[in-house]
Write a protein that binds this ligand. Structure first.
Ligand SMILES: [Zn+2]
Length: 298
């Protein structure tokens, strides 16, 4: 009996998206040195980028609110300096949940204009039947930009570059020029199908475009931090983009042939990649449906 109930519990926990398994008490923050003074922090939610140096700490994304103390402790292990600047790559809660705590601790929060706009209002994610309430005022980005901006900070030039609608309509990628690191936000899920958040203006063509924008900046030594998954490089990103282009082409053929979304799902246009990329929280069905919706709305 006991063994059965444990099995049932495990099966139940596998049935929900990663971000709904919110046992944050068990989460530990892992710190990975990416290049020079640039680090990646991994806990639960999107990968955090961090630059430390004499000017202060510069943070990209901040996971979930219950993790803020642990994240701040991990940063304090690397530097005595305060977090001065925080940039959100996009509005999703697994990247912005710590905003209020970091803001109260003195960080100035930056993001694309649409991040503040979406965080200011209730959102609905149809693919997961999920309502997302507006964020409190203290969590909202203070400084917003429409195209790009540069932080001359810790001896580096850190560019925040807005890309055309991709994962959402408010994505930015961050490029550390001297450290030669790019943080992609959720325009790159390393090892998984992407989440094309079509309800938030996301677009598969934009995700592919963001990847090529990054590759136009990168060289073979560039470290590429994805929104989720391990650190990659230009070759790794290029391989993932190949998969996106092939599945996009397969889906476009089905749409051109007049298939409905359910018919396209049954036709399994992603079959050759499902084993390699379907193991994240974006399952085959999610990716296939969102790919259909994205290409149908063009
Ligand atoms: Zn996201």
């Amino acid at each position: 009996m006991r063994r059965l109930s444990v099995t049932a519990l495990i099966l139940a926990s596998l049935a929900v998206p990663v971000w709904a398994q919110q046992d944050f008490s068990a989460v530990e923050i892992e710190t990975i040195q990416v290049s020079g003074n640039v680090y990646m922090l991994v806990g639960a939610g999107g990968n955090i980028g961090l630059s430390v140096g004499e000017d202060g700490a510069f943070v990209i994304d901040d996971q979930y609110a219950p993790l803020s103390d642990k994240i701040m402790a991990a940063i304090a292990d690397l530097t005595d300096a305060d977090v001065k600047f925080l940039v959100n790559t996009h509005y999703h809660g697994d990247h912005t949940g710590g905003n209020e705590a970091f803001g109260e601790a003195g960080a100035l929060i930056f993001a694309h204009d649409n991040v503040r706009a979406r965080m200011s209002t209730d959102q609905f994610r149809a693919i997961f039947d999920q309502s997302i309430p507006a964020s409190p005022a203290g969590a909202l980005p203070i400084v917003t930009f429409s195209d790009e901006m540069t932080f001359n900070w810790n001896g580096d030039a850190i560019r925040a570059i807005h890309v055309a609608p991709a994962h959402t309509d408010g994505d930015s990628i961050l490029y550390f020029h001297d450290a030669n690191v790019i943080h992609m936000g959720d325009t790159f899920f390393n090892g998984f199908y992407p989440f094309i958040d079509v309800g938030s203006g996301g677009d598969i063509n934009g995700i592919i475009g963001a990847g090529y924008r990054a590759l136009s900046i990168a060289n073979e030594d560039t470290a590429i931090i994805p929104g989720h998954g391990p650190v990659s490089d230009a070759a790794g990103l290029a391989g993932w983009l190949d998969m996106l282009k092939i599945t996009r082409g397969s889906m476009q053929s089905l749409i051109d042939g007049g298939m409905s979304e359910d018919e396209a799902l049954a036709a399994r246009p992603t079959a050759e990649f499902d084993e390699q990329y379907g193991g994240g929280f974006m399952k085959r069905e999610h990716y296939t449906r969102l790919l259909y919706q994205s290409l149908s709305s063009n």
